[in-house]
Design a protein around this ligand. Sequence first.
Ligand code: APR
Length: 258
Amino acid sequence: MEPRTSFPPPLLTALAQAQHVAVLTGAGISAESGIPTFRDAQTGLWARYDPQELATPWALRQNPGLVWSWYEWRRSLVRQAKPNPGHRALVELESLVPRFTLITQNVDGLHQAAGSHNVIELHGNIMRTRCADCGRPVTSWDPPPEGQAPACPHCRGVLRPDVVFFGEPLPTDALERALEAATQCEVMLVVGTSAVVEPAASLPRYALQAGATVVEVNPQETPLSPLVHYRLAEPAGRVLPALVRALKEHLAQLRGGR
Ligand code: APR
């Protein structure tokens, strides 16, 4: 399929006039970098496990070694992954608008690797580790015996990735900043998220209530689709670079007085 070259003019105008653009991203934007979403079938050794049963405080208590090795596997995928044109288009978008907030549910750090500055990580970061017991961040530890999770060097508790498991609350500061951006932005792009996991799923709804123009970028329909102003039903890595190009042309025309 040829990349899209035209967008509704009112969408470009809304972006060009916005003082604050917010973007909410989910696993879909990193899919094109080779990081499987939780809802994709898992592959190889992990095919028989349901991620929604591994990424829980309960699983960590029952079987810390299993949870640790699953995250080791996911970290190995993240280490190999590189930002894709979708991530890079958002870096460029940040440079084009007066205020920009990127709220991500992803834990892979690819937005920062691409060069985005104002990033709010709602679900933590898989490359950081902390102790499940004393809570302290930890950067080095002794290798654990086969099949076990490493022990905290401070309290001998269990180490875990610094991510939000299913059933855990989000970091308060990140959530507050995300809510502020959602209710203050004039345009929100919602990219590559199934818009079902709360509280992130509610952010576009708050933006709509506050009067923002909301744009969904997702090849598949989601529960949010019927509510948004514009739907760009294409992969993020293709449509976001095209959108940013079109915005730059639109801004150049405005500056040229046409
Ligand atoms: N471009 C845009 N969207 C895409 C692409 C793509 N190339 N590929 C897939 N998608 C869309 C899918 O259609 C789907 O709607 O990305 C969405 C991914 O959905 P999820 O896997 O549910 O990811 P996400 O919404 O980020 O999940 C939220 O739940 O999995 C847990 O904690 C994890 O942060 C995650 C949260």
